[in-house]
Design a protein around this ligand. Structure first.
Ligand code: SF4
Ligand code: ZN
Ligand code: ZN
Length: 387
């Protein structure tokens, strides 16, 4: 069906037939903020829209997109989100974020109807950086009653790493929860900057591979059922945009909010924030009094994902909801446009690394190969520096 949304105007195609209530839920629109018009007639939540219906969704809250009052209680709002055509007061920002995380956990795109990201009996670990997203996620899941420990990987990026670790430790101490800390220098003999110099690779390249490895290593060794990361809607849409622009078929096939685990080789990985923008997670932290590290990594200029974020921000500003439509629309169609997901092809290729025993498609995993190159080069580099 064709769905035309008004103020701001946007047209989307949605597979039907579908109940009006389900359509609004699918589009993240609060039912009492709009009228739904099917072929010129007003319809209610139980009305079933035909597959070829032409539907208009018309906002009824005056004061423009976002409204002037909290959509749940009518009090003055602290956050408005044009994408949802809604605004919330402080306590309903918290409810809104929890609801979106609940929806992600229980009904993630690309999963079966009955499959949850994780349950209350599972042992869950969340990778935290000290920034707003991962700490918001940890806080939200603890508030929702899940058993969640944290994992911080020290990257050796000067004062930024020191302050980030401090924020994670203060968060864990204040709540009496467990935080694992892995320091790259202590455990693997290099930092992100020295590893980049030794290999000639970009710092973000070395950093990303090291973090992914350390996350998986701890999750597997400590027997966690699922490993979570704080990737949000902006991150996921930017990654998708980058993969589409370059047509990275393999990455497109593997992008998703739930990545299955492989025995003792690779932990199950999930992204419960993929429905929330960074503005929403930042607002959540402010409202909940979470003291996160606001400064960005000083090496962020080398991260190509930022160009894609900036490009999508421009589109979103003129067309609220575009990022969500890009990401959710792709995930809805992923099995058609990138059919490897869910197939066993990749699983069959995965084996244990000859050095470390974790997942790899070659004999030795990319992390162990990187570490070998760093080990060979670092003493030579150290020797060049006069004592
Ligand atoms: S910006 Fe790059 S170097 Fe800094 S934390 Fe992110 S991936 Fe690592
Ligand atoms: Zn409210
Ligand atoms: Zn290895």
């Amino acid at each position: 069906m064709i769905v035309r949304m008004r103020n701001p105007d946007a047209t989307v195609e949605v597979a039907g037939p579908m109940r009006v209530g389900d359509l609004l839920d699918h589009l993240d629109i609060a039912p009492h903020t709009v009228l739904v018009i099917d072929g010129g007639a007003l319809v209610v939540a139980d009305h079933v829209l035909a597959a070829d219906a032409e539907v208009e969704i018309r906002p009824v809250i005056s004061g423009g997109a976002g409204g002037l009052t909290c959509i749940a209680c009518g009090r003055p709002p602290v956050l408005e989100e044009p994408r949802h055509r809604a605004a919330w007061c402080a306590s309903h920002v918290v409810d809104h974020v929890h609801n979106q995380i609940r929806k992600a956990i229980d009904h993630a795109h690309g999963t079966d109807h009955n499959e949850r990201m994780f349950g209350y009996a599972d042992r869950v670990i969340v990778a935290v950086s000290g920034g707003k997203d991962s700490l918001a996620l940890w806080d939200a899941l603890l508030s929702m009653g899940y058993r969640v420990d944290g994992l911080y990987v020290g990257l050796g990026i000067g004062g930024y790493s020191v302050r980030s670790q401090g924020a994670c430790e203060a968060f864990a101490d204040a709540r009496g929860v467990r935080l694992h800390v892995v320091d790259l220098a202590d455990t693997y003999g290099y930092t992100t900057p020295s590893g980049a110099v030794a290999t000639g690779r970009s710092t973000c390249g070395v950093c990303g591979l090291s973090k992914r490895y350390a996350f998986n290593r701890v999750a597997i060794d400590e027997g966690y059922d699922v490993l979570l990361t704080g990737h949000n809607l902006d991150d996921e849409a930017a990654t998708l945009h980058g993969n589409l622009v370059r047509w990275h078929d393999d990455f497109l096939a593997r992008q998703g909010p739930v990545l299955p685990g492989r025995g003792g080789l690779q932990a199950r990985k999930c992204k419960p924030l993929y429905r929330l923008s960074e503005r929403e997670t930042a607002a959540y932290c402010v409202v909940r009094g979470i003291d996160y590290v606001v400064e960005e990594c000083p090496l962020v200029a080398g991260n190509s994902g930022h160009e894609h974020k900036a490009a999508l921000d421009l589109i979103e500003a003129g067309s609220p909801g575009a990022k969500a439509q890009l990401l959710f629309g792709f995930l809805d169609r992923q099995s058609r446009v990138a059919p490897q997901v869910g197939s066993d092809d990749r699983a069959a290729d995965l084996g244990a690394c000859a050095h470390c025993g974790l997942a790899t498609v070659s004999e030795v995993c990319a992390f162990c190969r990187q570490q070998e190159r760093i080990r060979a080069a670092l003493p030579l580099l150290d020797a060049e520096v006069p004592a």
